[in-house]
Design a binder for this molecule. Structure first.
Ligand code: ATP
Ligand code: MG
Length: 368
């Protein structure tokens, strides 16, 4: 009898609709007389934590669809998010390009600055990083070229732009270090000093945001994709932004190196950019079948609390194959669990950054 009851419970636990019904019942009890929307239901199902992987996928799909239809609130002013983690391969670039694409899918205006000499974000947006003639972020940092002159529209999106990285950027770190040793960057064409080596991206971005901020070209989000190091390129990004977004891979040693990253952020905060804060942790490559992933999630949530997004990005073949097609997963397979998770993470970021005062309505534009 006990085993019969046990197996009935097991079966129940595998039924996504049952979890959804329980969620609906709990929302209805909390808000009597108010109809429960599909999106509310889906959020409650995911937040409830008792659901099965199938239920979570179903709920994420409902939420993603609701988000695509409703659009997202735009922040009052441009949010500059620095995607950083000196550990390699944790999902920085994948998260930068897919969060940017997800926000753009919902009609928000987004710029991605590729600050990694590997140029992976550039490639993901189908821009030829091997073209040494291509105006790039190198020209911005080293020669003082305005961002306006190097920014490119990203194909397949109406409201997504990229400042590409080309092979030249590989030499930039060394050139910056040499300039740093001299105390300043070499003269611009006009022969004027352009300021402190660590603040080069900041001043270029500030000029660009000022030039675009007053009109319909205003960006809602700027993502800066950092290389896997804490060198001068990453420091330039941390000085240029106000929010650090740290992707953490759900793998062994996930938290290793985070102390150094936090120390670097604190140093930048103390000396160069007091506005900087770690606003967002995103768990990537989550595998619900492994104990290890669950342990990493527990550790991260214990350590970072609410800074960690509720949405976790699952390990997904569609996510990893999209860049080889010069696409983000948002266009490569918009119905995949990877695309929907990035959309849901983007929704969390947008909602956290928007208050009544600071949000403005946007059109919900479709991906072309
Ligand atoms: P680097 O430090 O070298 O810049 P990174 O932190 O930017 O790396 P990514 O390049 O985004 O990391 O990801 C590393 C690899 O993992 C890539 O091959 C990417 O396609 C793959 N990857 C990222 N996220 C996922 C995912 N959710 N599921 C499956 N593969 C993923
Ligand atoms: Mg990268």
């Amino acid at each position: 009898m006990a085993s019969e009851q046990q197996s009935a419970t097991d079966v129940e636990a595998k039924l996504p609709l049952l979890g959804a019904a329980r969620s609906a019942a709990s929302i209805a009890a909390a808000t009597p007389g108010k109809p429960v929307s599909a999106a509310e239901l889906a959020h409650a199902t995911v937040a409830g934590g008792a659901e099965t992987p199938i239920a979570r996928e179903a709920a994420t799909a409902v939420m993603a669809e609701a988000t695509r239809r409703a659009g997202l609130p735009a922040p009052f002013r441009s949010r500059v998010m620095v995607v950083a983690n000196q550990k390699g391969g944790v999902g920085k670039t994948t998260s930068a390009v897919n969060l940017a694409a997800a926000l753009a899918t919902c009609g928000l205006r987004v710029l991605v600055i590729d600050l990694d000499p590997q140029g992976n974000a550039t490639t993901a947006f189908d821009i030829d990083r091997w073209n040494s003639e291509l105006p790039s972020v190198y020209d911005v940092l080293i020669d003082g070229v305005p961002i306006d002159d190097v920014v490119r529209a990203v194909d397949l999106f109406d409201t997504l732009w990229c400042v590409p990285a080309t092979i030249h950027l590989a030499g930039a770190e060394l050139e910056l270090a040499e300039a740093d040793a001299r105390g300043k960057v070499g003269a611009t064409v006009e022969g004027e000093w352009r300021g402190e080596v660590r603040g080069l991206l900041r001043s270029a971005l500030r000029d660009h945001l000022e030039a675009t901020g007053g009109d319909e070209r205003r960006y809602d989000y700027v993502f800066i994709d950092c290389p896997p190091s804490l060198g001068l390129l990453t420091v330039n990004a941390l000085v240029a932004g106000e929010e650090a977004l740290i992707p953490i891979q759900c793998e062994y040693y996930a938290l290793e190196g985070l102390l150094q990253l936090q120390q670097a952020i604190e140093m930048v905060q103390a000396h160069l950019n007091p506005a900087l804060r770690v606003s967002t942790i995103l768990l990537t490559m989550y595998d619900g079948r492994t104990r290890l992933s669950a342990d990493v999630v527990d550790d991260v949530r214990e350590h970072f609390g609410d800074i960690a997004l509720r949405t976790m990005i699952p390990r997904s073949v569609r996510i990893s194959e999209a860049p080889s097609r010069g696409q983000t997963v948002m266009t490569w397979d918009p119905g995949s669990s990877g695309a929907m998770s990035y959309l849901e993470a983007a929704r969390e970021i947008a909602i956290r950054g928007a208050t009544d005062r600071s949000s403005r309505p946007v059109d919900n534009r479709e991906v072309r």
